[in-house]
Each structure stands twice: as C-alpha cells, then as structure tokens.
Design a protein around this ligand. Structure first.
Ligand SMILES: Cc1cc2nc3c(=O)[nH]c(=O)nc-3n(C[C@H](O)[C@H](O)[C@H](O)COP(=O)(O)OP(=O)(O)OC[C@H]3O[C@@H](n4cnc5c(N)ncnc54)[C@H](O)[C@@H]3O)c2cc1C
Length: 463
C-alpha cells in the first residue's frame, strides 16, 4: 500500500521533471543525511525530501507547487534555528544554500545577498572593499535568518540590530510569485522573518570599517561569583557615567574552557580610532583580574571566524532566555551563585547580549519589540555530548526560574524569539508591547491567509 508520503514524493518528482534545474535529494541519496543536518542534533527527524532551488523563480515554482499539492515545507538556510525548526518530520525541506550571491552596490552603501548566504561569506566578501555590516557572533549563521528576527551581534550598539539595517527584500509570496516587498511587508519581515514569505533576496546597509580592535579578555575565575559581581558593579558605574562609547560591543560569557570554567568577554571596538579603543578597553579590563587579553587589530571577519572555534559546531540540547533591564546586584547575585554550580560539559554556557545605543532605539518600521536598553541573557545548554544534555538543561532551567523571581520591574515581559524555546513565552509578549503583535497578525491575514508558511518561524497560526 502506498502511503500519503509516497504519493507526495511521487507528485514532487513529476513536478521536478519540469524543473530539472532544482536539485532533488531523496532520503535514499548518500548526501541526504549530511544535507539534512542542522545545528541542533537533538532534533532527529527526516524531511520527506530536500530540494535545492538555484534561483528565486525556482523557489516561486516550489511554493506554488507545495501550496497546490498541500505539501508542508520548511525553509533552511544556515540550519541554526536552535530548536531545529528548519527540519520537520515528513515536510519538504527547501534548502536555500545555493542561492548565495553577494553583490555590493556601486556606491558601497549596501549589499544585496541571496537568501542562503551565511555570515562568514558575507563578511569575507565585504572586507575586500573595507566594508562591514552588523551580523551575529558566529560565521555559520544564515544572514537572513539572523537579521530578520532581530539580529543581535557585536557591533549593534553602533550600527543597530539586523532588522534596522534591512533596506529591501525580494520575497516569494503565498501565491508563489516573486515580489519586491512593499513598506508594510518589509515592516513584518523586520522581526518576523519568513512568516510572511520566503526571503529570496535581502539588501542591507554596509559601512566603511577596516581593522577594528577585537578579541577576548579572560578573567581569573577561581572565585567566579565575586569576579562576576565586582565586574558588573564596576561596569554599571562606567555605563552610568558615560565612559563606554557605543563603538564598544561587549559579550559577557561564562564557558567551560579546557582549563576550567571561566568568566570572559568577547570585545569589538568598531572604529579605526584604536587609541580611543585601547583606552576604553583598558578601563573594562581593570574591572577584574585579567588572566589573558587577546584584543588586537583585526578585521571583524577574522574575529567572527575565531569566535566560531570556541563553540561546538553542532550540539545537543536547547537554549533558554530571560531579558532584564539592569545587571544589578540582585541579578549578579543569582547568576554568580549559579555559575558555581554550572555543569562542566563543553557547550554549557551563559552569555549576555547588551542592547544599548542604536540597538535599543525604537524602530517603527519593524515588528521587533524589545526596543529599550536591556541585557538579553542566554542560558545555553547546547552541549557536544548527548548524555550531558539533561544535567545542563536542569541547571539552566533552575537558573531561569530563579531569575524570573527577581523584582518584576527589572524583567522585560518579552524575549528574543531566536533564543526562546517554542511555547515558553507567548508570541503576544515576544511581539508586544504596543500594537506590534496585532499588526503582525494583520499582515499574516493579508499576505498569507491560507497559512502557506505554516512551519516558518514564528508559527503565528496554531495548527
Ligand atoms: C550557535 C548559535 C549561535 C547564535 N548566535 C546568535 C547571535 O549571535 N545573534 C543572534 O541574533 N542570533 C543568534 N543565533 C540565533 C540565529 O541567528 C537564528 O536562529 C537564525 O534564525 C538562524 O538562521 P539560519 O539561517 O542559520 O537557520 P535556519 O535554521 O536555516 O533558519 C531558521 C528559520 O529562519 C527562517 N528563514 C531562514 N532563512 C530564511 C529565508 N531566506 N527566507 C525565509 N525564511 C527564512 C525559516 O523559518 C527557518 O526555519 C544563534 C544560533 C545558534 C545555534
């Protein structure tokens, strides 16, 4: 007896006979296993097949076909949705990685990329022209998936979030047409990414910036609680007296290094005025007992590639998050105590993205919500060994619950969707406050009334 899945595959093959340029990878093909691999190894599911369109028109034909044949599909670019949402059991995986062109405009003020471009390739290409654009902290992230859901990263306080840098998009809509996003669709894309269509092309701002100062400062962490608390008390004072220019991006993190658990900073001074950068970074370094300081002149592309060597390339587990207004004494007390008990597995870690400056400035052309200065805490259980997942998640969940007991005035109600476990926080909070969520639902009704993009992030309509 043939199953529904066999029928869908047969229909797909008939369609592909007329579209030989679209690559087809069936579950029996040798490359299937490596092509379906995504960052999160805990998600062990098999799509019905993988298709690799070469152009926007290929994507349009695929969407038209899937909608007409009632075949559910996911969009896969970098494959780094932390919860594995780009790979769904029995759904067709539309893999955009071959749509990977990068074109800098003649005035060198923007770059247009295909929907499957990843961060490291974009930064390498831009660095040939002495240009940068804000990106996430790791090179393997898809630039569209990173930037359209918010887009936090090392130079955001100076240049804004990913969403703030989006100038234009070409989208395959629910009717299977390639369209240039108009103002309201663009607003939805800036925060809700692929929920309204497949983004086959994105144009973002670029900035002239050659060598920056970048690297890590690792503190002696024998007494990690005191080191962490003292650092943040001092850092808060520097912030309050205006001594931390927006050129400085700091990602605070706790990780398990080969020689033990450490408190460290990943720093980027996004200006070519290195004297000013060194002076500012010296003030930051003075806030704790420095064990190692690797900050030096380099390109952002080199820095991002280096950071990528410090994390598992694939991982098991999950990530949880809480966003808070201040890393005040209450918060650092809870965190410091939790670090003492942090499991020693490689990949269990804690990180802080700080939104200030342009990254915290309201943007009414976006549905991304959390636009006020805050610290986005990542409780990371993305570990290299499967058997270490449970202990890591137990620790992170305990920490999250403790943080949520804090003075509610210090807690943001929303969280960052890209690091929020599905179901943990209602979408109305993630896209609230204000009318963002209602606006987004309105856009969904207008641009995707039949919910063709039902498996996209965020899943706005319950199945
Ligand atoms: C190790 C790690 C580090 C991270 N670091 C950061 C960070 O520093 N800053 C930050 O902000 N986020 C970070 N993230 C989160 C990451 O940016 C998001 O999960 C992002 O959506 C991943 O995009 P992707 O293309 O790599 O992943 P995918 O899994 O391929 O895509 C995720 C989803 O995005 C949508 N999507 C992607 N591309 C398209 C497209 N072209 N058209 C339509 N829809 C699309 C689809 O719904 C898809 O299911 C990190 C994630 C991981 C795993």
């Amino acid at each position: 007896m043939t199953s529904q899945l066999d029928n869908s595959r047969a229909t797909l093959r008939l369609f592909l006979n007329n579209h030989p340029e679209i690559k087809y990878v069936s579950p029996t093909d040798p490359e299937f296993s490596s092509l379906k691999t995504i960052y999160n190894q805990s998600v062990s599911v098999a799509p019905m097949a993988i298709v690799r369109p070469q152009t926007a028109n290929d994507v349009a034909a695929l969407v038209y076909f899937c909608v007409g044949s009632s075949i559910q599909f996911t969009i896969r670019s970098g494959g780094n949705n932390i919860y594995g949402l780009s790979c769904v059991q029995d759904a067709l995986m539309i893999d955009l990685r071959d749509i990977n062109y990068i074109e800098v405009d003649q005035t060198k003020s923007s770059v247009t990329v295909g929907g499957g471009v990843i961060v490291s390739n974009l930064l390498r290409e831009l660095s040939k022209d002495g240009l940068v654009t804000p990106t996430g902290a790791l090179g393997f992230l898809g630039i569209v998936g990173w930037g359209t859901y918010g887009g936090y990263g090392p130079i955001m306080s100076r240049y804004g979030l990913g969403v703030d840098n989006i100038l234009a998009a070409k989208v395959v809509n629910a009717k299977g047409e390639v369209v240039v996003a108009n103002k309201e669709l663009l607003k939805g894309i800036r925060g809700a990414g692929g929920a309204l269509g497949v983004i086959v092309e994105l144009t973002v701002k670029v900035y002239p910036l050659g060598q920056v100062l970048a690297g890590m400062i690792i503190f002696d962490s024998q007494d990690i609680t005191s080191t962490y608390k003292n650092f943040n008390a001092g850092y808060q004072a520097l912030l309050e007296d205006g001594s931390v220019p927006l050129e400085l991006g700091i990602y605070q993190f706790i990780m398990n290094a080969p020689h033990g658990r450490v408190f460290a900073l990943a720093l980027v001074w996004s200006s070519e005025d290195h004297d000013a950068g060194r002076a500012t970074i010296a003030k930051i370094a003075a806030l704790g007992p420095v064990m190692m300081n690797t900050v030096e002149p380099k390109t952002i592309a080199d820095h991002i590639d280096f950071i990528g060597t410090q994390v598992p390339q694939r991982a098991y587990g999950t990530c949880q998050t809480v966003s808070i207004r201040k890393l005040n004494e209450d918060a650092t007390e809870i965190l410091g105590r939790a670090f003492e008990k942090m499991p020693s597995s490689f990949g269990t870690s804690f990180g802080v993205h700080e939104l200030r400056g342009l990254s915290a400035a309201p943007n009414s052309d976006s549905v991304f919500a959390s636009r006020e200065p805050h610290f986005m805490l990542e409780l990371i259980s993305l570990v290299a060994k499967e058997e270490e997942v449970n202990e890591s998640i137990e620790w992170a969940t305990g920490l999250k619950n403790e943080l949520l007991q804090m003075d509610p005035r210090n807690l943001l109600s929303g969280t960052y969707i890209s690091v929020t476990q599905p179901g943990d926080v209602p979408l109305s909070k993630i896209y609230g406050p204000g009318s963002n969520f209602e606006a987004l639902l309105g856009l969904k009704r207008r641009y995707d009334p039949q919910n063709a993009f039902s498996l996209a992030v965020p899943r706005l309509v319950e199945q």
